[in-house]
Design a binder for this molecule. Structure first.
Ligand SMILES: NC(=O)c1ccc[n+]([C@@H]2O[C@H](COP(=O)([O-])OP(=O)(O)OC[C@H]3O[C@@H](n4cnc5c(N)ncnc54)[C@H](O)[C@@H]3O)[C@@H](O)[C@H]2O)c1
Length: 384
């Protein structure tokens, strides 16, 4: 199969590596010649690491590199069966790209976008044949992250999502099917990991180091919320939060925080700028957590209840199936357990109790429990 990829930045180069490794011929296009050269270099470096680890032979790596054809000319996509775009996150620019692309590719060519925050329907609407359009959302770095969200739009023809799902699986990835709603699965369900942690900080319940300690040591997450936000970068994380909030018609559940907005405005992006919630300047002492088990459990219980509620609501609204929700959070953001399984472990009444007491205390809509969670607790109580 010949696959076109447009945009050879962080995502496009990684995706090119994935599909070339799966044996496809890749045409990789970027408007910027230097970006193409950087992508070529990045793929080589990444493959060299696999050779060093003994996971790839030199011959196999050379073959993969030879499968990736760099181009700046869209005519190269004439023989493509699938074209995936990973260019700048701008609706008008993406729409214009697909208008031009449709004049070149065969009628049967599948068109896809790797967008994180735009609706698939809005990009597809620029196409002459929107029924062949679909979202294929990889995670960064694409060669290492197994999860891929497959997102059919309202215009997407019946059956295409299943075809794409099987194709993505043949690349050695774990595809999940998501509804075309803001943040798809992962970027929606994960919001409280950041938002509720910041809220705890703002309320003065605990400092960043204590919240991070609680979530890693007691919660079992690989990174604490503040460490993770600093790692992702507040430029990226704040923008995603803001765009999800806007796209949800300003549902208070997704409301961004002033704390993160100020970091973003100040250019304190996190690790990449040397300062975020933490300071990364050489010689700076890290803040010390208060290792209070009771406080730590309260922190974990509150953030976890919010995450579980988000997963429950995504299930309630058919954003994704039960197994796909679990796969998305364990493989897309490496959560230690699926949130729905975690809910069962904790006991649904306890999770609902945490949410309802927060709601009673604050009278804020962000703490409203999902109707599904409430129904399940009632069904269990009624012996259903
Ligand atoms: N970075 C992430 O963590 C991540 C994760 C998932 C999805 N995404 C999405 O993937 C897309 C790309 O993100 P990225 O981080 O790789 O960006 P990037 O800035 O690293 O790369 C984008 C590339 O697209 C090229 N480009 C821009 N406009 C173009 C055009 N009209 N024609 C051809 N090339 C063009 C740029 O020269 C650049 O090389 C975005 O839609 C983003 O939302 C990003």
């Amino acid at each position: 199969m010949t696959i076109g990829i447009i945009g050879s930045g962080a995502m496009g180069s990684g995706i090119a590596q994935v599909v070339a490794t799966a044996g496809h011929t890749v045409r990789l296009l970027d408007q910027n010649a230097q970006a193409l050269q950087r992508a070529n270099q990045a793929i080589e470096t990444s493959l060299n690491k696999l050779i060093e680890k003994g996971k790839l032979t030199t011959e196999a790596a050379a073959k993969i590199i030879a499968q990736v054809h760099l181009t700046q000319d869209m005519q190269a996509f004439m023989d493509c069966e699938l074209v995936l775009e990973a260019i700048v996150e701008d609706l008008a620019v993406k729409q214009q790209l697909f208008r031009e692309l449709e004049m070149v590719v065969p009628e049967t060519c599948i068109l896809a976008s790797n967008t994180s925050s735009l609706s698939i329907a809005s990009i597809a609407s620029a196409c002459q044949q929107p029924e062949r359009f679909i979202g294929i959302h990889f995670f960064n770095p694409a060669p290492l992250m197994a999860l891929v969200e497959v997102i059919p739009a309202v215009q997407t023809r019946a059956g295409l999502a299943e075809e794409v799902r099987a194709l993505v699986e043949s690349w050695g990835k774990l595809p999940v099917l998501a509804k075309d709603t803001p943040g798809f699965i992962v970027n929606r369900v994960a919001r409280p990991f950041y938002g509720e942690a910041i809220r705890l900080l703002e309320e003065g319940v605990a400092g960043i180091a204590t919240i991070d300690w609680a979530m890693t040591e007691l919660g079992g997450f690989r990174m604490g919320p503040f460490q993770l936000m600093d790692f992702i970068g507040h430029d990226v994380n704040y923008r995603v939060t803001e765009s999800v909030f806007t796209a949800f018609f300003f549902d208070p559940r997704y409301k961004p925080s002033f704390t993160q907005k100020r970091l973003f405005e100040a250019g304190y992006y996190g690790r990449k700028s040397g300062r975020g919630f933490y300071s990364y300047a050489p010689g700076t002492a890290s803040p010390v957590p208060t290792r209070d088990a009771e406080l730590g459990q309260r922190i974990v219980q509150r953030i976890l209840a919010m995450l579980i509620n988000e997963a429950m609501d995504a299930l309630f609204l058919n954003v994704a199936s039960h197994p796909d929700l679990e796969l998305a959070m364990t493989k897309g953001v490496n959560y230690p357990k699926g949130l729905l399984a975690w809910a069962d472990e904790l006991g649904l009444p306890q999770v609902l109790g945490t949410l309802d007491s927060l709601y009673d205390e604050y009278h804020e809509d962000r703490y409203r429990a999902s109707p599904l969670l409430r129904r399940m607790v009632r069904d269990v109580a009624n012996g259903c």
